[in-house]
Design a protein around this ligand. Structure first.
Ligand code: ADP
Ligand code: MG
Length: 576
């Protein structure tokens, strides 16, 4: 773990050396100071010359100046180092999150993931800002002062030793407890964020049901749990601070009395006495530091552990080493004996065989929950099949790179996600860096041009969460424009128009028909009127594919499709 933490220092060796070197010199100065004072009192002062006092003042000034510079270096560059490391880790965490698959996001709460990238790394950064230097310095001055105390006067030094077992006991008793506590606290912050995200994200539903008090109650549950964990952490900290304070002051008092007794008995010089008291101070300072270390280190360790857990999570869908980059596939899709189960374990698809010829339009109909969306999610490898294989143009999709595979597939779903930004940026999401003409052309083909003409700032109108609200139909047109721009050979329409009113649906259908021209199209719809012109209709239910064929043929067969059709059209055969 420690080795891994330090691996993040590798790019900043020079900075670390500067920082560390300054810390060591500052530590040595701190140790030398009491000895210099003893020399001054016992040797120089008795000479009775006033110039010596001036000289000592000048020397002191020089020491302070050097110390100030050293501390400035440690403070500033230590933070530069810490912030750089924090930035590197945050980038790595975010990039890794982007790589993880749908399965991971199914199983993790957004609030927790946000905490990983924000709060956790802040705490790790807190340790990285001159933490290791501080730690080394503390140990160095502690041991150094200890040795010097024994050299100066072993009787007095023996008194200070009693503080060592107290400290050892404290660190071993509270250290691990604190780490656990901070870890728990991190979990609480994650729960917190998830709660807020849920309540705020769903605020319109909350208000519609007038359930604000219910949400507040749920939130207060998290709030109190957080409070309890935090209070426990601070109780531990207070106990350790108090024990540290009392034991160190007790030692100081004993040293003072015993030292005075030795001076009176002529066994210790005045200089030796003063220097010893200063040494005790140098010796005790790192001990005081232990309490602050008890706060920041366990926090940092807990944060770092969560960070490494995240980046060690292997994406369950990854490119094979020999994966090929495909482009301009013609779109011959074959599902061969495909089975699939989500993490819940229940088999959703079993033994699906389906071949779709390039350019063909195949509709999939069936009851909700039958697995239609799941089937479509397997094609771009959002999930991998549990058994069987899917191939495009005869190549197993697992032998293609994910990026190139997905570049060949356009998906329009029921919910269109608009990013915060301009309409232009939202359309260009289909092809980053597309020219203005290409964007306008795609918009025209998606019949967005009339919408754009009416918007206050045209293509530059801000949409998304805090922008102009587009209607459901307009959002679908943005999704369609994205795909026109992307221009993939394969198209998946998953209930693209199901949420729209009939008139809007009809209008969008025309754009979709145009979009699917010359592309292999997989269309899922529950309004049968929208898919009766498909080359083939595949009827599925929980058991798998029930029947398949063109509209007229399936009607004539009077099976599942004809049954569904009657249910929707009240028995009146729809003119084709
Ligand atoms: P359809 O699109 O035909 O309505 P889906 O493919 O969405 O059906 O869902 C098929 C089954 O898989 C349902 O029982 C659903 O509850 C389940 N399911 C869908 N998505 C997930 C998921 N991400 N994790 C676990 N189960 C899921
Ligand atoms: Mg669905």
């Amino acid at each position: 773990m420690i080795k891994r933490f330090f691996s993040y220092y590798a790019p900043y060796k020079g900075l670390f050396a500067l920082d560390f070197g300054s810390a060591v010199v500052a530590g040595l100065l701190e140790l030398a100071f009491p000895l210099a004072v003893a020399y001054f009192i016992d040797r120089l002062l008795p000479q009775g010359e006033f110039s010596i006092v001036l000289l000592a003042g000048a020397a002191l000034l020089a020491i302070y100046a050097i110390n100030a510079v050293l501390h400035a270096i440690v403070n500033y560059f230590g933070h530069v180092l810490g912030v750089s490391i924090e930035t590197d880790m945050r980038r790595q965490a975010f990039d890794h999150l982007q790589k993880l698959s749908f399965r991971f996001f199914d199983n993790h709460k957004t609030g927790h993931l946000i905490t990983h990238v924000t709060k956790d790394l802040e705490d790790v950064g807190e340790v990285a800002h001159h933490g290791p230097e501080d730690m080394f310095l503390a140990v160095m001055t502690f041991i150094g002062a200890f040795i010097l105390m024994f050299v100066t006067n072993w009787q007095l030094a023996s008194i200070t030793v009693i503080v060592v077992p107290v400290m050892t006991w404290l660190v071993s008793k509270y250290g691990s407890q604190m780490t656990l506590n901070w870890q728990e606290l991190f979990g609480r912050v994650g729960e917190f964020n998830t709660r807020v995200e849920d309540s705020i994200g769903g605020i319109r539903v909350v208000k519609a049901f007038a359930n604000e008090p219910h949400e507040s109650r749920l939130f207060e549950g998290n709030n109190q749990a957080y409070r309890a964990t935090k209070l426990r952490a601070y109780a531990i900290m207070t106990a350790s601070i108090t024990i540290t304070y009392l034991s160190t002051r007790l030692v100081q008092l004993l040293v003072m009395l015993a030292g005075a007794w030795l001076v009176v008995g002529g066994e210790l010089t005045y200089g030796g006495f003063v220097s010893f008291l200063l040494l005790v101070d140098v010796f005790m300072r790192p001990i005081d530091k232990i309490t602050s270390v008890l706060e920041s280190y366990p926090k940092g360790i807990a944060g770092f552990r969560r960070f490494t857990n995240l980046i060690d999570t292997e994406p369950d869908i990854a490119d094979r080493s020999n994966a090929q980059v495909v482009s301009r596939l013609s779109g011959d899709i074959v599902f061969e004996n495909v089975s699939f189960a989500y993490d819940t374990g229940r088999t959703v698809l079993e033994g699906i065989d389906l071949a779709i010829k390039a350019g063909e339009t195949v509709a999939i109909v069936g009851p909700s929950g039958a697995g239609k969306t799941t089937l479509c999610a397997l094609l771009p490898r959002f999930y991998d099949v549990s058994a069987g294989a899917i191939s495009i143009d005869g190549i197993d999709i697992r032998d293609m790179t994910q990026t190139s595979l997905r570049s060949q597939i356009g998906i329009v779903q029921q919910d269109v996600f608009l990013f915060g930004g301009s309409l232009r940026e939202n359309i260009a999401y289909g092809l980053l860096g597309a020219s203005d003409e290409a964007i306008m052309d795609a918009a025209r083909r998606a019949r967005l041009d009339t919408v754009i003409a009416r918007l206050p700032a045209g293509l530059d109108t801000m949409v998304g969460e805090r922008g102009v609200k587009l209607s459901g139909g307009q959002k679908q047109r943005v999704a369609i424009a994205r795909i026109f721009l992307k221009n993939p050979p394969i198209l998946v329409l998953d209930e693209a128009t199901s949420a729209l009113d009939t008139a809007t649906e009809l209008a969008i259908q025309q754009s979709l028909a145009e979009l699917s021209k010359g592309r292999t199209t997989l269309v899922i719809a529950h309004r049968l009127a929208t898919i009766q012109h498909a080359d083939r209709i595949v009827v599925v239910d929980e058991t798998g594919i029930v029947e398949a064929g063109p509209h007229a043929e399936l009607l004539a067969r009077d099976g599942a499709y004809a049954h569904l059709h009657r249910a929707q059209f009240g028995g009146l055969a729809q003119p084709v």
